[in-house]
Design a binder for this molecule. Sequence first.
Ligand code: ZN
Length: 133
Amino acid sequence: MAAYTISYSMDLPEETIRGWLEALCEVAVQYNIAWLRANPQAPCCVSCADNGRGLRYEAPRVSGSEVRFATAPELLERGRGTCHELAAYDCAHKRIKGEMAKCKVKTQGNDQFHVVIDSWGTETDPSRGLNHA
Ligand SMILES: [Zn+2]
């Protein structure tokens, strides 16, 4: 599994979509944990990837009602990722280090969602500071 695509309807309550997206992020985190354990030479975070230049951030392309999740190998190969793909990568690394990290979906107005990492109540945003694709 390098990536998966989910079809959905946005005509759901915001709280439902948020919980559902967090569950989808967790699928990618679980995959990334297994992949990173098998590939310990992989960059320690999205900021250090690409020889220290960092991956690039790209806005999710929501075509119709589909959202695509690239997991670690595809993310590194493409050199760019959406907020949920970047968060699932860094979240997996934190989990491997024993942190209680999880992906957290935040609402940004009009059906816009942004995914960050919640670790012991502290939020970090792996997308922040990255160049945009
Ligand atoms: Zn790093």
